[in-house]
Ligand binder design. Structure first.
Ligand SMILES: [Zn+2]
Length: 129
């Protein structure tokens, strides 16, 4: 029954475990889905912006520059499994003031500038948004 277990795990990963995926887009959709980081760009160049709904549930759209010369700017990596990682963490200075890391499709919440669990993610300073 190995195949069944594998299938269940796959389904669970897809549905139940709140994992965030990266998705290429021409533009930020009018109704963005949660748990999706939209990588905005066209086919001729790497994406220049990332957009996601704030994971705290406040429903605000967070837009991050992926242009390396910008300050602040972020890097988005999408693994072969579709799960997304953002460097460095996102620290909102308006609204809900959420501070979180997105790593391998998971949200790691920071507390006092550090993740509340696990080792300090990425060892980089946080970038305020
Ligand atoms: Zn929020």
């Amino acid at each position: 029954m190995n195949w069944l277990r594998r299938w269940v795990n796959w389904l669970r990963a897809l549905l139940g475990h709140k994992q965030w995926v990266g998705q290429n887009a021409d533009d930020v959709p009018d109704r963005p889905s949660s748990r999706t980081v939209y990588l905005v760009g066209d086919e001729s160049s790497p994406p220049w912006a990332a957009a996601l709904l704030c994971p705290c549930g406040c429903k605000e759209l967070i837009q991050l520059s992926l242009i390396s010369g910008d300050n602040p700017s972020w890097r988005a990596d999408v693994g072969r499994n579709g799960l997304v990682t953002l460097h460095p963490s996102v620290w909102r200075v308006r609204g809900c003031h959420s501070h979180f890391f997105v790593r391998d499709g998971r949200i790691l919440w920071a507390r006092d500038g550090r993740p509340s669990h696990g080792r300090p993610a990425l060892g980089r300073p946080s970038t305020r948004y």
